[in-house]
Design a protein. Structure first.
Length: 209
């Protein structure tokens, strides 16, 4: 339990598989096999082992930390710094872009509830930006986007998922699962791509001819 002293920190020499770790570097956003500079394992209670690994990226030479948690009901890996989740989009209004980038950073920090709430806020803002009245319900904003052609019939299923996830994040204390939050952000990204980015790219293409 706790730090047991420097003598328990392992410093691999690169000759074994444990001396290397495959991960996505949060500094250069590149999937690499990084060098494990040092690692330290400790017990949390009787059944949980936590291992900290300090890594060096061979691409950008910057450092990261991986924390592995292994035990009954607690198996997971977190990388710090993480990479912003979801695609980078072009042509978004400044305020929409700021909110979307914040949602991506929330995913990076494992703040899944915050990410889903931001996605809900983004949809409401987009509806108002496209002409809906302020102060309406979330459902009315989705209906507005649908009735005005921004949400097509094939999109309705996954736009409704954004609504459901946003409602749960707003009204329930239970934290969303990582996979659910990822789907919320990805569906939001696709909606923003269709509403803003495709028009932006089309205008760029036309202007370049």
């Amino acid at each position: 339990m706790g730090f047991k002293g420097h003598r328990h920190i392992v410093k691999p020499d690169g000759s074994t598989e444990e001396a290397w770790e495959t991960y996505v570097c949060g500094h250069c956003n590149t999937k690499v096999t990084g060098a494990v500079v040092a690692k330290y394992s400790w017990q949390k209670g009787a059944r949980i082992t936590i291992t900290n690994k300090w890594l060096l990226c061979p691409n950008c030479s910057l450092g990261s930390v991986i924390i592995d948690t292994i035990g009954v009901g607690k198996i997971g890996t977190n990388v710090f710094p993480g990479c912003p989740f979801g695609p980078k989009l072009q042509g978004l209004p400044d305020d929409v872009e700021a909110a979307y980038e914040e949602a991506r950073r929330c995913m990076e920090a494992n703040s899944y509830t915050a990410a889903e709430l931001l996605c809900r806020k983004i949809l409401m803002h987009v509806a108002v930006e496209k002409g809906a009245r302020e102060g309406e319900s979330f459902a009315s904003y989705l209906s507005y986007l649908e009735n005005n052609g921004y949400v097509t019939p094939p999109m309705k299923t996954w736009v409704d998922l954004i609504r459901q996830h946003g409602n749960k994040a707003t009204h329930k204390l239970e934290a969303p699962e990582k996979e659910r939050a990822q789907s919320t952000v990805m569906f939001t990204a696709e909606l923003l791509r269709l509403i803003y980015e495709m028009e932006y790219l089309a205008n760029e293409y036309v202007s370049s001819e």
